[in-house]
Write a new protein. Structure first.
Length: 90
């Protein structure tokens, strides 16, 4: 599968990097899921908002459960950057 949208510069908070490292998860795996439209653990309404955002150039948000914590991947509406962060950092 190919990416549905551009990611821009990929950034990550220290907490997100540490959480992924502790869980032995390669961040590239989650980034690929995100850019292919697998929004993770978002509700159906948010998934539909993301699908529309791909078409209309709005911000995208995926959520993935890592242990008992939520990791978010956010791509800016102008597609200049994609950031991995823990939900509690937002």
């Amino acid at each position: 599968m190919r990416a549905r949208f551009k990611l821009g510069q990929i950034l990550s908070t220290t907490a997100a990097k540490q959480t992924l490292a502790n869980a032995q998860i390669d961040p590239r795996h989650l980034i690929m899921r995100h850019c292919q439209g697998d929004w993770g653990d978002v509700c159906e309404e948010d998934a539909e908002l993301n699908n529309d955002a791909v078409k209309y150039g709005r911000r995208l948000l995926s959520s993935y459960l890592i242990g008992d914590e939520k990791l978010w991947i956010i791509t800016e509406s102008d597609r200049s950057a994609t950031t991995l962060l823990m939900a509690d950092e937002y």
